[in-house]
Design a protein. Structure first.
Length: 161
């Protein structure tokens, strides 16, 4: 009678596992007819949950002084340098810029914004506007600019001092 109780318990375990109520993720193999070894369990490794998506860099450290260079891609192919001094409140930038190498603009106040690793800002001096767009990577940033002075367009790079 004892053997029958064990066989019954094993049979119930197999039925429960087949119904999806087994407390683990795996496959149950039943013993051969007429007795034999108890059921074996073939476990399957559960998948590792995917890593959360990475967030774009947080350029909260833009406040301070940045030194850069610019190069016209149109008009006179001139080059020069600039110095930015930023303050930052959240995604809003404000400050001043000093520009060398052009008679169009020597400097002015600037405002801008940052969204993830993208930056956009502009300098205004009377009738001359310069609009800068670019990307930030750590303590460097680079991009393109366009100005109404001679319809100049070009590239720029800057590094935090």
């Amino acid at each position: 009678m004892r053997r029958g109780a064990v066989t019954f318990a094993l049979a119930v375990g197999v039925v429960v596992a087949a119904a999806g109520c087994w407390p683990f993720d795996g496959d149950v193999t039943t013993p051969p007819a007429g007795g034999g070894a108890p059921p074996t369990v073939a476990t399957t490794a559960s998948a590792t949950p995917p890593a959360p998506p990475t967030q774009p860099p947080n350029p909260a450290g833009l406040a301070g002084t940045w030194a850069g260079t610019w190069t016209n891609q149109t008009a006179d192919q001139s080059t020069g340098s600039f110095t930015l001094t930023w303050t930052q409140k959240g995604s809003t930038l404000s400050g001043s810029i000093t520009i060398t190498g052009t008679s169009c603009l020597s400097g002015g106040s600037i405002t801008g914004s940052v969204n993830g690793s993208t930056i956009s800002f502009g300098a205004v001096n009377g009738e001359v506007n310069v609009n800068y767009d670019g990307t930030i990577a750590g303590a460097t940033m680079a991009g393109t600019y366009a100005t109404s002075c001679g319809n100049a367009r070009g590239t720029w790079t800057a590094a935090k001092k």
